[in-house]
Ligand binder design. Structure first.
Ligand code: NAD
Length: 319
C-alpha cells in the first residue's frame, strides 16, 4: 500500500444520501484524485458520477470521477462503505443489523478478491458492529478497518458546547464515546474549554453555567439523529463531512485525534470490540487508541456500551 502515491484513490460503495454527501464534500475539499462510485443500483452510480462531473468545471479540483465495479478496488487507498438501509423513524440502529449484514456479505468478498490492500472506512449503521463485521469478513488487520464511530456525535457535542459557552467549538475539547447509538456517553471529567475543565467552569460561575445543562447537552447529542430523521427523513451532510475529515487525516498522515470506531486491544480493559474512542488516525489507519483518565462512573458507562455492542455482535453468530 502506497499511501503517499501521487494518485489518492477512493472507492465509494453505496451512492445514497450519505455516500453522495461524502462524494460532494470530497470534491469540494479536493481531498482525493480519483473517486470511483459503486452501487448495487448501477444506474444510480452512473447518474451520480455524471452529476458530479458536471460540477468539475466550477471546482478547484481535477478529480477523476466515474461509476465502476469492485475490480476498481485493487489499487485503491481507501474503500468507504455507505451502502445499506437507512433508519426509519423510531427504528433503532441495532434493528438495522440483520439487513445490513447481508448487504456487507455481498460487498466485502468482492472487495478483498480485487486485491485491495488499503483502509476500510465504514459509515453504515449500526456503525460499530458493521465495522467489526468488515474486519471479520475481510480478515484485515483491524488497524486498517475503522468506522465513523462517534466522530459526528463529537462534532455535535463541540458545537453545542461552543453555543452554550460562547466559545469557538474548536476550542471546546470534549468527546462522545461508546456506541454510536443509545448507549453513547460524554466523559464530562475530560471535557475542557481550552485547558480548563468544563465542570470547574460551571462550579465557579456562580450559577451562570450549570452542570445540569451538560446533561441536557448530552441528551441533545444523543437524540440529534432521530430529530433530524423525523424532520427530513435522513441525516447525511454532517456524516459526509465527518467521513471527509477522516479521509483527510488518512491521506495527510495527520496523526489527528478523532473519535472513530476502532478495535480495542486492552484499552479501557476491553478487547476485540469495535467502539468509538479517541484514536490517533494516520495513513496506517488507527495508529493507536488514547486512554483517557475516565472516572469510575464513566468507565462503567463505557463498559456497558461495549457490552451492548458485544451482545449484538455475538447474536449474529458470524462464522
Ligand atoms: P440510502 O438509502 O440513501 O443509500 C444507500 C445506498 O446503498 C443505496 O444507493 C443502495 O442502492 C445502496 N446499496 C444497498 N445495498 C447495496 C449492496 N448490496 N451493494 C451496494 N450498494 C448497496 O441510505 P443513506 O441515507 O445514504 O444511509 C446509508 C447508511 O449510512 C445507513 O446505514 C445509515 O444508517 C448510515 N448513516 C450513518 C451515520 C453515522 O454517523 N455513522 C449517519 C447517517 C447515516
Amino acid at each position: 500500500m502506497d499511501m503517499i502515491s501521487e494518485n489518492r484513490k477512493v472507492v465509494l460503495i453505496g451512492t445514497g444520501m450519505v455516500g453522495m454527501s461524502y462524494a460532494y464534500a470530497l470534491l469540494n475539499q479536493n481531498v482525493c484524485d480519483e473517486l470511483v462510485l459503486v452501487d448495487v443500483d448501477r444506474k444510480r452510480a452512473e447518474g451520480e458520477a455524471m452529476d458530479l462531473n458536471h460540477g468539475l468545471a466550477f471546482s478547484g479540483s481535477n478529480m477523476k470521477i466515474y461509476a465502476g465495479s469492485y475490480d476498481d478496488c485493487g489499487d485503491a487507498d481507501i474503500v468507504t462503505i455507505c451502502a445499506g438501509v437507512a433508519q426509519k423513524p423510531g427504528e433503532s440502529r441495532l434493528d438495522l443489523l440483520q439487513r445490513n449484514t447481508a448487504v456487507f456479505r455481498s460487498i466485502i468478498d468482492p472487495v478483498t478478491e480485487s486485491g485491495f490492500n488499503g483502509i476500510f472506512l465504514v459509515a453504515t449503521n449500526p456503525v460499530d458492529i458493521m465495522t467489526r463485521i468488515t474486519a471479520v469478513l475481510s480478515g484485515f488487520n483491524p488497524r486498517r478497518v475503522l468506522g465513523t464511530g462517534t466522530a459526528l456525535d463529537t462534532a455535535r457535542l463541540r458545537y453545542l458546547l461552543g453555543e452554550y459557552f460562547h466559545v469557538d467549538p474548536r476550542n471546546m475539547h470534549a468527546y462522545v464515546m461508546g456506541e454510536h447509538g443509545d448507549s453513547e456517553f460524554v466523559p464530562w471529567s475530560q471535557a475542557m474549554m481550552a485547558t480548563k475543565p468544563v465542570l470547574s467552569i460551571c462550579e465557579e460561575s456562580n450559577g451562570k453555567y450549570c452542570c445540569e445543562e451538560m446533561e441536557r447537552i448530552t441528551e441533545e447529542v444523543r437524540g440529534a439523529a432521530q430529530k433530524i430523521i423525523e424532520a427530513k427523513r435522513a441525516t447525511y451532510y454532517g456524516i459526509g463531512m465527518a467521513l471527509v475529515r477522516i479521509t483527510r487525516a488518512i491521506f495527510g498522515n495527520e496523526n489527528s485525534v478523532l473519535t472513530v470506531s476502532a478495535m480495542m486491544r486492552g484499552e479501557y480493559g476491553e478487547t476485540g470490540v469495535f467502539v468509538g474512542a479517541p484514536c490517533i488516525v494516520n495513513r496506517n489507519g488507527v495508529q493507536r487508541i488514547l486512554q483517557l483518565s475516565l472516572s469510575d462512573d464513566e468507565m462503567a458507562k463505557f463498559k456497558a456500551s461495549c457490552k451492548t455492542l458485544r451482545t449484538h455482535f455475538d447474536e449474529l453468530e458470524l462464522q
